[in-house]
Design a protein around this ligand. Structure first.
Ligand code: ADP
Ligand code: MG
Ligand code: ZN
Length: 636
């Protein structure tokens, strides 16, 4: 930095010299005034000047128009250093102007009254110089921004626009004072462990002295990791809200700029502001955009991101932690972060934000339902049960969609059915009324869905069927069967996985059994079944052939759970064969179950065809009803 300083001063001097030289040159071109001091000035009569002009002998002329106009001129071919001066009589200006225009002489006309002439002279002399300086300063500033310099002595810009307004700092970081955050831990449901962990940070921000006194060092950086929509951004704001300190928020993508170096400048600027406002929280959302692992290659072509990351690391090492700056960052791709970021002294505290469990989902639904006018009875537990795997954002969305539906239907209070419908909207998309199925297609879909449902109902421990519908959805599903676990499940047995596979196969099996043909309708079932079967073998160790051998690793735990195989090509082939066998067995089992319940299959499919949507109870009542054409089952 110091070295930079020297360089800059030298540059500045150079710049001034160049500017001055340019000024002189331009001045000569634009304002060829005759320097009076170096000239012998001879008096000339007015008539001499007129004849000189008429005869085209005038080279340069300075002609001042005013109360006592005068003209100063030099002649062509005359020896250097002689100028002639004459007084122009008032009233002769017009005539003189014409003559001057005709003569083609180089003329500067200045309008002057007695007392302003000095001012005018000053303006003409120094005006361009001032403009030069302004332009130069502006350029310099721009350049500095690009270079990421914040040398205060050269910094003409004022600081950021103060707190409270959510003003934009130079770095583009949104700065929000704590009272504007409007979010506290109360607004974050579930996530108890995360809150616990962050409470300490809050406490530290409130009384940094206490921690300093005992010699404890608090983490400078807290990394929130978890799938999208689990409330990472929310909880970071809540920390600021709890602590009552300024909250600087910037998203990782905002650092990635078109110009190399801008990102790094933003980081520097952000921390400069943070230091001024400490204690405070700096929140970097989606840090993976800048914090990706650097490649060793060197010429990786992403200098910009690397520079930004390096700057961030430097800043995190640099600030004095006693002041109380805590950097909170969020990401849903922790595995892709550069290890340097996770080193002690940087983001060494990792706070996981997992998808909410049943209780968590209920709590989140309650928080968001508070703001919605509802009509009892409302059973949010039922909604929470129906939404395993939903994130906090999904749940907030479900409540909002429900309220929107109530408005759409002309009601001023939302009902349970609104929320139930919006669960489906979030899971499967809006109902698509425009899709018109042919009669045969509708039959096929009916049998397909009932096929799933009957296989599901025949499993000893499977989740009960809660709804079956053949109303097409915008997601492309032509119908679906909803099963809802009554309790949270944390472990799944091998038998349950196999049962689930059979349920996936039930749709296609029913089509084959009844129509003797295959349709594309099973595409999604097939995908799910294959994924599950593959996981059984490669991750769950549920095959006899491979046993407890991990054959794949999960690539991105928080996003799509993609697994990549980590085995020899030969093994991969055997895995494929095993997957195929598992699915074939499940399919055979599903066919068997449906064959045994063929009568029920017909009865229920017809019922569904007529009603389009049936509830779990309707389904179970019909399912349990005795078949009048069959001999009664022997009692067990
Ligand atoms: P992330 O940053 O993890 O992707 P957000 O914090 O942006 O998720 O969450 C999006 C929205 O979802 C929040 O604004 C909030 O309305 C809702 N939400 C998510 N998690 C929770 C939660 N635990 N409690 C209450 N609301 C939540
Ligand atoms: Mg977020
Ligand atoms: Zn299906």
């Amino acid at each position: 930095m110091e070295m930079d300083d020297h360089k800059r001063r030298r540059n500045m001097i150079l710049y001034v010299l160049i500017a001055f030289a340019l000024y002189l040159v331009l001045n000569q071109v634009l304002f060829p005034n005759i320097a009076r001091q170096q000239m012998t000035i001879k008096e000339a009569s007015y008539s001499t000047m007129i004849s000189d002009l008429k005869n085209d002998r005038v080279k340069d002329m300075e002609y001042t128009v005013g109360s006592d106009s005068d003209a100063l001129y030099t002649l062509k071919g005359d020896d250097e250093g002689v100028a002639y001066q004459t007084t122009v009589l008032p009233g002769a200006e017009d005539y003189l102007s014409e003559l001057i225009a005709d003569s083609g002489a180089n003329v500067v006309v200045s309008i002057a009254t007695n007392n302003s002439s000095t001012w005018l002279y000053l303006l003409i002399t120094f005006g361009p110089l001032i403009i030069f300086f302004l332009v130069g300063w502006w350029l310099n500033r721009k350049m500095k921004k690009a270079m990421g310099d914040d040398n205060p002595s050269m910094d003409f810009s004022s600081g950021f626009g103060g707190l409270g307004g959510g003003g934009l700092g130079k770095s583009g970081a949104r700065i929000v004072a704590s009272k504007d955050v409007g979010v506290t831990f109360k607004d974050v449901a579930g996530q108890e462990e995360a809150k616990e962990s962050l409470k300490e940070v809050v406490d530290f921000l409130e009384k940094p002295e206490r921690y300093e006194a005992i010699g404890a060092k608090l983490p400078r950086g807290v990394l929130l990791v978890g799938p999208p929509g689990t409330g990472k951004t929310l909880i970071a704001k809540a920390v600021a809200g709890e602590a009552g300190v300024p909250f600087f928020s910037i998203s990782g993508s905002e650092f990635v700029e078109m110009f190399v170096g801008r990102g790094a400048a933003k980081v520097r600027d952000l921390f400069k502001q943070a230091k001024e406002k400490a204690p405070c929280i700096v929140f970097i959302d989606e840090i993976d955009t800048i914090g990706k692992k650097r490649d060793g290659g060197g010429f990786s072509g992403n200098d910009e991101r690397e520079q930004t990351l390096n700057q961030l690391l430097t800043e995190m090492d640099g600030f004095d932690n006693k002041k109380g700056i805590v950097v909170v960052a969020a990401t849903n791709r922790p595995d892709s972060l550069d290890p340097a970021l996770l080193r002690p002294g940087r983001f060494d505290r990792r706070v996981p934000m997992e998808l909410p469990d049943l209780a968590g989902r209920k709590a989140i639904l309650e928080i968001h339902a508070k703001d919605v006018k509802t009509e009892p009875p409302i059973d949010l537990t039922a909604i929470a049960r129906a939404t395993p795997g939903a994130s906090g954002a999904d749940l907030a969305n479900i409540i909002n969609e429900g309220a929107l539906r109530a408005v759409r239907l002309g009601r001023n209070r939302a009902r349970q059915e609104d929320f139930e419908e919006s669960v489906e909207v979030v899971i499967a998309g809006q109902q698509r009324k425009s899709t018109v199925l042919s009669d045969h297609e509708k039959q096929v879909v009916s049998y397909h869905e009932i096929g799933h449902a009957i296989v599901a109902a025949s499993q000893k421990e499977g989740a009960p069927v809660t709804k079956i519908t053949i109303v097409p959805r915008t997601s492309g599903a032509l119908g679906y069967t909803m099963q809802v676990e009554q309790d949270e499940k944390f472990l799944t047995t091998k038998q349950e996985v196999l049962d689930k596979l059979a349920v996936y196969c039930g749709g296609r099996a029913a089509e084959e059994l009844i129509f003797g043909e295959m349709t594309t309708g099973a595409a999604n079932d097939i995908e799910q079944a294959t994924k599950l079967a593959r996981n059984m073998i490669t991750r769950f160790g549920m095959s006899d052939e491979f046993g407890m051998m991990a054959l794949g690793t999960v690539q991105n735990a928080y996003l799509n759970q993609d697994t990549s195989l980590t085995c020899a090509p030969g093994t991969a082939e055997r895995v494929d064969a095993a997957v195929q066998k598992i699915i074939a067995d499940a399919h055979a089992r599903a066919l068997q179950i449906l064959r045994e319940n063929k009568f029920k299959l017909h009865e229920l499919a017809r019922y569904l065809y007529k009603k389009e949507t049936i509830t779990g109870e309707e389904f179970m009542t019909l399912m349990r009803r005795e078949n009048p054409f069959m001999p009664p089952k022997p009692a067990e």
